[in-house]
Ligand binder design. Structure first.
Ligand SMILES: Cc1cc2nc3c(=O)[nH]c(=O)nc-3n(C[C@H](O)[C@H](O)[C@H](O)COP(=O)(O)OP(=O)(O)OC[C@H]3O[C@@H](n4cnc5c(N)ncnc54)[C@H](O)[C@@H]3O)c2cc1C
Length: 398
């Protein structure tokens, strides 16, 4: 079976195997190999050992760890790209990415640094030398030194190289498939087969289709609050309430990346860092490449109550770093709010890594895997990798 529209009979059912491919009718930024045949019929059924819902770093890590000739994995991703909250734009030299999502990893995050090493990804030090700025009610104040930043690493070609390379590696493996533009709509138990059925809606070749994946294990690799609100699944009450109330990490954040022709602030002995009580950005950092190119600043704001605008950002950066900031080469605004307003307003981070996320639910067949579910560094890429490890151990053991 090589086509995307294969029926269940195409599967080698003894080994419940699907061939490696990435299926996408509308290729976007990820350099993934695409199936030649993405013409799906109206309804397609597949069998796999594990189905992973969500192709962020957590989902792709689980899939890559499990996929093998004797363990088939289907990944379904609702958008047209892999990476989730890892997303970088490349609008300047050398294809170096400017991160619109995650930016840093930190010393001591051993899962990330080990993966970076394994995938051959270049890191460089976050630029922190120089003075920081305080954007106060009475105007901008230059601080003595930089109390805002801590030493951190940046992904030189962009953070999404992590997920691009994981996906490319996965797509080459026997036993793995990634379906883009494929949104899980429901997860239901099939008592006859003792398997779970993940029903997905697909947007391929303009015609909406459905894909059913029947699997022994389902990995929910997206924020629990989004899963609870958008996927029809009969969860135990305590688990459903926990999932619905767990905030989406950075889910109310607008990240703004402002590229300049050069890192002019460094010439003035400034680090590019700033903290603000005026906004629209509440903190600002240097986002330049290792040798200062591409030159960029970035900051975090929020569009929950009022949209962050380019004009307001440039005005703020000019207040902080002087007149050179008035002439950006490009401004990119990424609003990470989900389309679910109530999910963007959850604030009880005490549910992160909750004990109910540590064990699979629905008779041990549904696993929670997103950074929010991790007991170790929840919110970070490191947390997503830790959650993935937990699920892989449980699935291999079950
Ligand atoms: C602005 C910003 C800055 C950040 N900075 C840092 C940082 O500097 N360092 C750090 O370590 N972390 C940072 N983070 C957090 C980091 O990005 C996350 O911890 C990590 O990417 C989460 O990965 P994940 O796989 O758990 O979830 P996600 O990346 O959210 O992946 C979930 C995937 O599921 C898909 N999906 C959703 N619903 C469905 C469905 N029904 N069917 C199929 N697919 C679905 C989504 O499209 C998405 O691709 C930042 C995040 C943001 C937004």
């Amino acid at each position: 079976m090589d086509g995307a529209g294969g029926s269940e009979s195409d599967i080698d059912s003894d080994r419940e195997r699907v061939r490696p491919r990435v299926v996408d009718s509308a290729p976007v930024s990820n350099p993934l190999p695409l199936s030649a045949d993405s013409t799906a019929s109206e309804h397609t059924a597949l069998k796999a050992d594990t189905v992973v819902v969500g192709a962020g770093i957590a989902g792709l890590s689980v899939a890559r760890a499990l996929a093998a000739p004797d363990h088939s994995v289907v990944v379904v991703e609702s958008t047209g790209r892999v990476g989730g909250r890892l997303r970088s734009i490349r609008d300047d030299i050398d294809g170096r990415g400017l991160d619109l999502g995650a930016t840093w990893c930190w010393p001591g995050e051993l899962r990330v640094t080990s993966l970076v090493h394994e995938l051959g990804i270049a890191l460089h030090d976050q630029h922190i030398a120089g003075d920081a700025m305080y954007d106060g009610p009475d105007g901008a104040v230059r601080l003595d030194g930089n109390p805002i930043d801590v030493p951190a690493y940046r992904f030189t070609q962009g953070a999404d190289t992590l997920t691009d390379r994981l996906a490319a590696d996965l797509a080459r493996r026997d036993g793995a498939s990634i379906f883009l533009h494929t949104r899980a709509a429901s997860i239901a138990d099939d008592p006859e087969s003792r398997r779970m059925i993940v029903r997905c809606s697909q947007k391929t070749n303009d015609a909406p289709t459905t894909l059913d994946v029947s699997a022994r294990h389902v990995v929910i690799a997206l924020p629990p609050a989004i899963a609870a609100r958008t996927i029809d699944i009969d969860l135990p009450r305590d688990v459903a309430e926990l999932a619905a109330s767990t905030p989406v990490w950075m889910g109310a954040t607008t990240k703004v990346v402002v590229r300049y022709h050069d890192a002019f602030w460094r010439r003035d002995g400034l680090s590019g860092s700033g903290v603000s009580h005026r906004g629209p950005l509440r903190e600002v950092h240097d986002l330049s490449g290792p040798d200062g190119q591409p030159a960029a600043l970035f900051g975090f704001g929020s569009s929950v109550d009022r949209p962050v605008t380019e004009n307001d950002v440039v005005t703020q950066l000019t207040r902080l770093f002087g007149p050179s900031a008035t002439q950006p080469a490009a401004v990119h605004i990424a609003d990470w709010q989900s389309t679910l307003p109530e999910a963007n307003r959850l604030h009880d981070y005490g549910t992160y890594g909750h004990r109910l996320f540590q064990q699979p639910t629905c008779d041990g067949r549904v696993h929670w895997v997103s950074t929010e579910t991790s007991t170790d560094q929840p919110g970070h890429i490191e947390g997503a990798l830790a959650a993935a490890e937990r699920a892989v151990t449980a699935i291999r053991g079950g």
